[in-house]
Design a protein around this ligand. Structure first.
Ligand code: NAD
Length: 392
């Protein structure tokens, strides 16, 4: 059980780019980072509009002279201070992720970036190289992968509880954009605009979440080939898709399918993953994150609940439960677990503690890079009449 006693000699000095007033994801970054006292919000370029940045930042408790009109100004000014920021989170529309991450790494800052990390594998490799050269951490916010039950599933699969993995069934298919809801909403409009969103809409926006959940649960699976079909059911979104289906073949003979959609009418969130093995299956659904469904062929279905003694409790991948069973833990706790892991990794880097860094799991640069590789291959396939494409 998480015991509130993990503390560094001081909290990490943290800045944010984006995540301003009314943004979709800003609050969850702040509530997760600040929850365990491991980060201190010291500066920000929170908003594309400088006046909005200042009023919002001051309201959050950031000194007015550390609410910046521009991220580059923030990096420059903060580098002159003894108490300048040492880590920055990027929660802006996708088109800024690459240049902001690169500039931050070049300024010597650790980075926590939203997905998709960037637009091309080439860009992701550049970021990886700079991070390695400057000995800096890149974390990517695949939010639900901090949830304990996702790691319970990983452990069960690792321990052979479902047998050999045969089928990986992934989906993130909501219905909120079944109509042209972006018409008068700039926060949605950029998502279906290629210059701001990148080469895809739902594949990058939500498909990569489902893919990374599978990567966490079954880390030894390698994609060999995939084929992708994508559509824009709201015609004005073309060339970006609002629905996509991907078939995957893994190098070990297992197969997979991934459905990403924003037009699954009636679907609330519908992020689900089902791993089918040779003797049993295991399923997780983000709308009921505290439960895993474990189905052994020929036996009654089992519902495993978070917090019980029958779960694998030796999981070092997450900080553990924040409260005993019976109470729901969801997205916020999962994100807090991730921010805690980012903090431990960054603290280990700062202190030169190689062993601690290497033993700290978190969605890192490779998680970001593989998400981008997936997107790139999906586009390559769908633009080529949905043919099978070799993954690497
Ligand atoms: P949004 O449009 O609601 O908010 C974007 C924020 O960034 C706004 O405050 C805007 O003013 C600010 N901004 C834009 N350009 C800026 C710039 N140049 N400098 C400083 N601030 C700038 O977008 P959102 O829905 O919050 O999404 C932001 C990012 O988070 C996207 O990459 C999206 O894919 C990602 N996201 C991730 C999750 C997740 O579960 N991990 C969920 C939602 C969104």
């Amino acid at each position: 059980m998480f015991n509130e006693e993990l503390k560094f000699d001081r909290p990490l000095r943290w800045g944010m780019i984006g995540g301003g007033r009314g943004s979709q994801i800003g609050y969850i970054h702040r509530s997760s980072a600040l929850r365990d006292g491991l980060f201190q919000l010291s500066a920000g370029a929170f908003d594309i509009k400088p006046e909005a940045c200042k009023s919002f930042g001051v309201n959050l408790g950031v000194d007015s002279d550390r609410c910046y009109s521009d991220y580059k100004v923030m990096f420059e000014e903060e580098s002159k201070r003894e108490d300048g920021i040492e880590v920055v989170s990027i929660a802006t529309p996708n088109k800024f992720h690459f240049i902001m991450t690169k500039t931050a790494l070049e300024a010597g800052l650790h980075v926590i970036c939203e997905k998709p990390l960037c637009f091309t594998v080439e860009e992701a490799e550049i970021l990886k190289e700079i991070a390695e050269k400057n000995d800096l951490v890149i974390g990517v916010t695949y939010g639900y992968t901090g949830h304990q039950m996702v790691h319970q599933a990983k452990k069960m699969i690792e321990n052979g509880d479902i047998g050999d993995v045969r089928i990986v069934n992934m989906q993130f298919a909501h219905g909120w954009h079944s109509e042209e809801v972006e018409k008068n909403d700039p926060g949605l409009k950029w998502r279906v605009t290629p210059e701001a969103s990148g080469p895809t809409y739902v594949l990058g926006d939500i498909g990569t979440h489902a893919l990374y959940l599978a990567e966490v649960m079954v880390p030894n699976l390698e994609i060999d080939k995939l084929m992708c079909s994508r559509q824009s059911f709201i015609a004005s979104r073309a060339p970006l898709e609002d629905n996509a289906t991907v078939l995957l073949k893994f190098t070990n003979g297992a197969v997979g399918n991934l459905w990403a959609s924003a037009v699954n009418a009636g679907g609330i969130h519908e992020q689900r993953i089902r791993i089918v093995g040779s003797k049993a299956s295991i399923s997780w659904w983000d709308e009921h994150p505290n439960q895993l469904v474990y189905e052994v062929q020929g036996k009654p279905k089992q519902l495993l609940d978070r917090g019980h003694g029958y779960l694998y409790n030796d999981d070092s991948a997450v900080s553990g439960d924040r409260i005993g069973c019976g109470h729901a833990e969801g997205l916020f706790e999962s994100w807090s677990n991730l921010y805690q892991r980012y903090a431990i990794a960054i603290d280990a880097k700062i202190k030169g503690d190689k062993e601690r860094f290497e033993n700290t799991w978190f969605p890192d640069i490779n998680a970001g890079l593989e998400g981008v590789r997936f997107i790139e291959n999906c586009v390559r396939s769908s633009d080529n009449e949905s043919s099978w494409v070799k993954y690497k």
